[in-house]
Design a binder for this molecule. Structure first.
Ligand code: BEZ
Length: 195
């Protein structure tokens, strides 16, 4: 169930020689940027959808009772909104450790949303990094009925806090970005019934 991806990630040097790197956050990185960054901008990636399909045995759950956290799946025609951070390469090593349970660095194209957060006024695209947990990692839980996902999230807690706080913080951050995410908002709606 646990796969320590730290060493693997340190070999995934897609931006070797670069003095700065754009890191695209689609989960906790949107609302919990506890690392130094040079600037940040709302951005999106296309062909990806956010899903609460990754198990969390180390942050929002335990090995015996894992929580569920966000990963991305490939989804043609979908747009995933988040926050892009321009960082120096040394910032990645602590993130590799923080997100070691199955997440691998992956290269993506990302588009900045522009001054007013409107995709139609997008101003530029660039290459960046995401942390991605794919279905072949041992912590991957995969698809489940939304009510089951909400039930699991409502009852999971780990060293980083409650799984519920993770989801509610993400939903709030997405609203602040002015974006919609049907999957996240549907889980939030079910989750609020467990209060
Ligand atoms: C993120 O917020 O983009 C993120 C999600 C999972 C692991 C690391 C980062």
């Amino acid at each position: 169930m646990l796969l320590d991806t730290t060493t693997l990630n340190q070999q995934r040097n897609f931006f070797d020689g670069h003095t700065d790197i754009w890191l695209f956050g689609y989960g906790s990185l949107i609302w919990k940027a506890d690392f130094a960054y040079l600037e940040r901008q709302p951005a999106y990636i296309t062909g990806w959808a956010r899903r609460f399909w990754q198990g969390s045995h180390d942050h929002r759950g335990t090995p015996d009772a894992p929580g569920r956290v966000a990963t991305l799946i490939r989804a043609q025609g979908e747009v995933c909104h988040g926050m892009a951070y321009r960082i120096t390469p040394d910032v990645l090593a602590p993130l590799d450790i923080r997100e070691k349970n199955g997440y691998l660095r992956e290269k993506v194209s990302l588009t900045f949303r522009g001054q007013h957060g409107n995709a139609q006024t997008a101003k530029a695209a660039t290459e960046g990094l995401i942390y991605l947990a794919t279905e072949d990692n041992p912590a991957f839980l995969g698809e489940a009925p939304l009510d089951d996902i909400a039930h699991q999230i409502a009852h999971s807690h780990g060293p980083s806090g409650s799984n519920k706080a993770y989801l509610l913080n993400l939903a709030r951050a997405l609203r602040e970005l002015g974006t919609d995410d049907a999957h996240v908002f549907a889980i939030e709606k079910q989750l609020l019934r467990y209060q």
